[in-house]
Write a new protein. Structure first.
Length: 280
């Protein structure tokens, strides 16, 4: 079975709100009447085996989906002409009300990765789909080892960037202890773990945190009160221009958007490609 067929068979409806939304309101916006038991991610993890592997050769790149024993599927997308010695590693984690297969398909992540124009190996792994879910990938090194073994391509030598939407902050917070993580992008995802992110920034002056806020704009403002030197953008630009040199060097960048709501950040196909494009 191809990864597309499997995603259609196992994936759930996409949607949702921020973590501060109530269960009923969030489920209604997600197009479901109640949070399923087991949840979207739990169902997919339970149904995934290590024997699963599918590879698709596309006009613009190669997509590999492989299964793991206890962590669900992992998607690896690399652009055409991928050169590991000139590429970064981008790890993407979805938010609530979906799973890795459904996010890959419904959010058209391969297209968004392609549209970024970034030379990178892109990885989509399982993340919590509701508050009751565990953190499926607590160990970043374990995920990287799986990708190196089963991803179908040499690992890149550039920076390691974790991009998380909404509740994905939980998984990323567990990765902050890894010295391999160079950069974090939270797409409306700063809901908790503030002290962990503060400590991560303070521990290494080369680390970079890029925050995009919609529902989390006010809360992110509180987080930023500790810092005097913050790069700020008022809105997502209409063109995929590079960041101004001074802003690109900032270790902490905050963008507050009104053009894209909580789900639009990852479903509209504009914000994710843009942020991946402009990262130094």
């Amino acid at each position: 079975m191809s990864f597309l067929a499997l995603a259609c068979a196992l994936g759930a409806l996409d949607g949702g709100m921020g973590l501060d939304a109530g269960v009923d309101a969030g489920a209604r916006d997600a197009g479901v009447s109640a949070i399923p038991e087991p949840t979207w991610a739990q169902r997919l993890v339970n149904a995934t085996t290590e024997a699963e592997r599918a590879e698709q050769l596309l006009d613009d790149g190669t997509h590999v989906r492989f299964g793991t024993k206890t962590h669900g599927p992992v998607h690896v997308w690399r652009p055409r002409g991928y050169k590991p010695e000139k590429s970064d590693l981008v790890l993407y984690l979805h938010g609530f009300y979906t799973d890795a297969d459904a996010a890959m398909l419904d959010h058209q992540l391969a297209r968004q990765f392609r549209d970024s124009g970034r030379s990178a190996l892109f990885v989509v792994a399982e993340a919590p789909s509701w508050r009751t879910d565990p953190t499926y990938w607590e160990d970043l090194d374990e995920l990287l080892a799986q990708v190196a073994e089963h991803g179908g391509a040499p690992m890149p030598t550039g920076k390691v960037t974790a991009v998380g939407h909404s509740g994905a902050y939980r998984t990323i917070a567990s990765w902050l202890k890894s010295p391999k993580l160079d950069r974090v992008v939270l797409l409306d995802g700063l809901y908790a773990a503030d002290n962990d992110f503060h400590a991560w920034l303070a521990g290494d002056e080369k680390k970079q945190l890029f925050l995009i806020g919609f529902d989390t704009t006010q809360r992110t403002g509180w987080f930023l009160q500790r810092y005097q030197d913050v790069g700020r953008l008022d809105e997502v630009p209409y063109l995929y221009d590079r960041l101004p040199p001074a802003l690109a060097k900032q270790r902490l960048v905050f963008l507050s958007t009104h053009r894209f709501d909580h789900m639009g950040l990852v479903t509209e196909g504009r914000v994710l490609p843009w942020v991946l494009h402009v990262l130094p």
